[in-house]
Design a protein around this ligand. Structure first.
Ligand SMILES: [Zn+2]
Length: 340
């Protein structure tokens, strides 16, 4: 787990922590907001490391003392990662047992006692009220970090007592340099991951390293290459194939968006170098010849409709079938092959 200086982008947030440590003005409660994969846990751990480091040369952590190593291994006795049993909710019992009832016990070794609540938006009302009391009257050494994808889920009284910090998207070039230089991802693959990640470091790294994602990417390409001539039964078969990645349906939609973005790029200018799916140039070229700007626009809209439907828990197969059929009709020959 990296030091604050190793976290890409997010200069404002890093500077905030550095200044707070340097000026000895560390607050008792923070909300760190950012989407899934944006690096909230990494940032929280890096901050905890600085605060607990034994060779304190503020505002950095040495990275080698026992304390730094314990924070890295998530077994520092004074850095508590609050866990929860049910995936969808953090209960009042969990907040009481892991935070409220233990915060008054002095830290074992560090100067601080730091509680990190990941997915804090999952605290139900009772849990929020319980932690609120602690946030209102914390012991001098107590620090609470609430990590969340959605601060809107917090009580206004919690919001008003925490310092709110947002994790911002990382610039494309920084992500690419990291993938190429540190993870040794080949350049074309790195470019794909950068395009896919939209500034989300975790998403970029997952896309670069996960076999499962690679498979999904290949499968998606095979669906999109010939979508203009697919028969309805073939599309139904492909939807069945996509079921394997049901949990990451959003990824499939993102890949589709990137594909048709490439189609649009080729329509606007013959920029083979500008497209992300460079290996698929001939397929994308063909589709850009067939599709009007209007049809492309309709496809972009339909992909977002599909996303909204999935979020609203509409049946997965139905949503994808409707989407693929829609795209096929836009790309295809006006539906004539239906009659065949
Ligand atoms: Zn250290």
């Amino acid at each position: 787990m990296p030091d604050l200086k190793d976290i890409l982008g997010n200069e404002i947030l890093k500077e905030h922590f550095r200044t707070a440590v340097k000026q000895n003005k560390v607050s008792h409660a923070y909300i760190i907001e950012g989407e899934k994969g944006s690096g909230k846990k990494m940032i929280a751990a890096a901050f905890a490391k600085i605060l607990q480091c034994e060779n304190r040369q503020a505002p950095t952590a040495c990275g080698t003392c026992a304390s730094c190593i314990q924070v890295e291994h998530k077994n520092h006795p004074d850095v508590i990662w609050v866990s929860h049993e049910k995936p969808s909710v953090i209960s009042v019992k969990e907040i009481r047992e892991q935070v409220v009832n233990t915060i008054d016990i002095m830290p074992y070794k560090g100067p601080y006692k730091i509680y990190i609540v990941d997915e804090a938006e999952k605290m139900n009302l009772a849990a929020q009220n319980a932690i609120l009391k602690t946030i209102e009257e914390p012991p001098s050494y107590g620090i609470i970090l609430l990590l969340t994808a959605n601060r809107g889920a917090f009580l206004p009284t919690i919001l008003s007592r925490c310092i709110l910090l947002s994790v911002k998207p990382v610039p494309d070039q920084e992500i690419k340099d990291y993938l190429v230089n540190t993870l040794h991802v080949p350049e074309p693959a790195a470019e794909f991951c950068v395009g896919f990640s939209m500034g989300n470091m975790g998403k970029a790294v997952d896309a670069a390293l996960s076999e499962e994602f690679l498979e999904l990417r290949q499968f998606s390409i095979s669906v999109l290459q010939y979508i203009h001539e697919a028969e309805p039964f073939e599309l139904a078969g492909q939807v069945k194939g996509l079921k394997k990645w049901k949990e990451s349906a959003g990824d499939f939609l993102d890949i589709m968006l990137m594909w048709f973005r490439d189609v649009l790029v080729l329509k606007l200018a013959d920029g083979e170098k500008e497209i992300i799916f460079r290996d698929e140039y001939s397929f994308i070229r063909k589709q850009s010849d067939r599709l009007s700007f209007e049809a492309l626009n309709d496809i972009f809209l339909e992909i977002e409709h599909a996303r909204a439907r999935l979020r609203a828990n509409v049946n997965y197969d139905t949503v994808l079938e409707v989407l693929l059929m829609f795209v096929r009709d836009k790309c295809g020959d006006g539906g004539n092959s239906w009659q065949k």
